[in-house]
Design a protein around this ligand. Structure first.
Ligand code: NG6
Ligand code: CA
Length: 507
């Protein structure tokens, strides 16, 4: 009897899985790309035809968010479905930072792997490698392969942080054991050339920070020596992501696959391939937007060529809002003109104003999604629960603590709703934003002026700890309505504190 019952159960669950939809999934995450940086979101100083095409053939979200206004916490939340502020050490990861997503954590790739997906991350990682620090000359473990990815081809941290090498699976690619790679935060020798001692030789000068080891004529954050055969040219990185992605997609085209394509564009140093240099009106920042758009076009072409367009869900998003001068003199400010990187929103990278986390967000699945523009609130943190649901799985209660199933909204279904609340964080300085319906509560505990230039417009800071904005008629968060609406401030403050203190926001 028990045997019969378990056979029946197996049949039922097999049926449930068969009934689930298992499209290939490609999540393209841009780096530091703002809401207003692409033409389908209103940019006129630059054209992004490939990204626009995704938007025209899918859902273009006007309230699509990433969960933080810097890279590491957003990527942590994307992969774990949990707000980064719940775990210490999830701020911008340093060159020698250890793996911050510990093995055993349920993640976006491990969830999809359970549903039979092949999984890969190609591009920027910036979530640390190794137990206590990366073993650059040995096995880089734990890393992506220990948390659900079958394959990785990575830029380990950021393009402005050392070292400029690729990591394939658990090894630095092309590392010559006779020329070991050393990475550290102290100058390795008195005569080690840096952006300070050799400033006149640099091909792109720095404006703040970024004055340590020089590679490819650009000084970086951190020091390194060795690994010379393994080092890449910044100009070639985007091409490499595309080549590696094509190779991996072709090898896995016969089974459902999940590719996290994590572009380093348009993060500093903004060094596009020579064929994009000088091609935009906006200087290197714009050239990198063109390069990013080219990558998107190449990926869609590959999917078309393999006949997978009707079987592939694309998600296009960014990891935080825009910044102009982020440490190099690359004309981003000088060539800005009337371009508005954050669109109509206030702030950008490093801030909890809307511009910090409200970013381009597009889904496309030909034949499945009817093209539309959606005002529903969706966030990169929701992909874990949404894809779990799409692939027929119920998440264990202890997994993905803040990820909500917004799959119907992601597929643009009529009447589908997104989130009714979203916490926005910065790099982890106890500043928060809470979006709830038409309202936005801003809690600023630390007001230190960010080094980043985002907008050329000066904006007055609110006086109190909490300020309140009605986004429906004030998307630019200019008019603090907290004095007139004390009950709303109180209600939202309680809601924010409860979600922080409860340790979870998914019911
Ligand atoms: C900051 C860097 C900035 C950028 C950022 C991380 C300085 C002065 N600024 O500390 O250039 O690297 O970290 O950006 O060093 S992120 O998009 O990866 O989060
Ligand atoms: Ca970023």
């Amino acid at each position: 009897m028990i045997r019969l019952l378990s056979v029946a159960l197996i049949l039922i669950s097999a049926h449930a899985v068969n009934a689930a939809e298992k499209p290939n999934i490609i999540v393209i995450m841009a780096d530091d790309l703002g809401y207003g940086d692409v033409s389908c979101y209103g940019a006129t100083a630059i054209q992004t035809p490939a990204i626009d095409r995704l938007a025209n053939e899918g859902v273009r979200f006007t309230s699509g968010y990433c969960s933080a206004s810097t890279c590491t916490p957003t990527r942590f939340s994307l992969l774990t479905g949990t707000y980064a502020f719940r775990q210490k050490g999830t701020g911008i990861a340093p060159p020698n930072g250890p793996a911050i997503i510990r093995p055993g954590t349920d993640t976006l790739p491990s969830i999809l792997k359970r549903a039979g997906y092949a999984t890969a991350v190609i591009g920027k990682w910036h979530l640390g490698l190794g137990d206590t620090a990366p073993d650059w000359n040995g096995e880089l473990k734990p890393g992506p392969l220990e948390i659900g990815f079958d394959h990785c081809f990575l830029l380990p941290t950021t393009n402005d942080r050392v070292p400029q090498v690729y990591v394939e699976d658990r090894r630095v690619k092309n590392l010559d054991p006779k020329d070991p790679l050393w990475v550290g935060s102290d100058k390795p020798s008195e005569d080690h050339p840096t952006g300070i001692t050799h400033r006149s030789t640099l091909k792109m000068d720095w404006s703040h920070g970024h004055n340590q080891t020089i590679h490819n004529g650009i000084s970086r954050i951190g020091f390194y020596t060795g690994g010379n055969k393994a080092r890449f040219r910044d100009e070639d990185v985007a091409d490499r992501w595309v080549t590696e992605s094509n190779r991996w997609i072709e090898a896995n085209q016969d089974r459902p696959f999940f590719l996290f394509f994590a572009s380093q564009d348009i993060h500093v140093p903004r060094i596009a391939h020579e064929r994009f240099q000088g091609k935009s009106e906006l200087g290197p920042r714009g050239d990198c937007i063109l390069q990013l758009d080219w990558c998107v076009g190449e990926l869609t072409k590959t999917i078309e060529r393999l006949g997978l367009s009707k079987n592939t869900l694309f998600v296009f998003c960014s990891d935080n809002g825009p910044v102009l001068d982020d440490g190099y003199k690359d004309d981003a400010v000088e060539k800005l003109g009337t371009h508005e990187p954050a669109g109509p929103f206030r702030g950008g990278k490093y801030s909890v104003w809307e511009g910090g986390t409200r970013t381009p967000f597009i889904t496309r699945w030909l034949g499945k999604i009817s093209p539309t523009v959606s005002n529903e609130v969706v966030c990169t943190i929701d992909l874990a629960a949404s894809f779990a649901s799409l692939s027929g799985q119920t998440l264990p209660r202890e997994s993905c603590l803040d990820s909500l199933d917004v799959s119907a909204a992601l597929l643009g279904k009529a009447g589908a709703t997104g989130r009714d609340h979203l916490i926005q964080q910065d790099n982890g300085s106890a500043n928060y934003g809470l979006r709830s319906g038409e309202w936005k509560l801003v809690r600023l505990k630390q007001r230190g002026k960010s080094q980043a230039t985002v907008s050329l417009k000066e904006q007055a800071m609110p006086k109190g700890l909490h300020s309140l904005y009605r986004l429906t008629d004030d998307p630019g968060e200019q008019k603090d309505l907290s004095a007139e609406n004390p009950e709303t401030v109180q209600r939202l403050t309680k809601m924010l504190d409860k979600m922080i203190n409860d340790g979870r926001s998914r019911q």
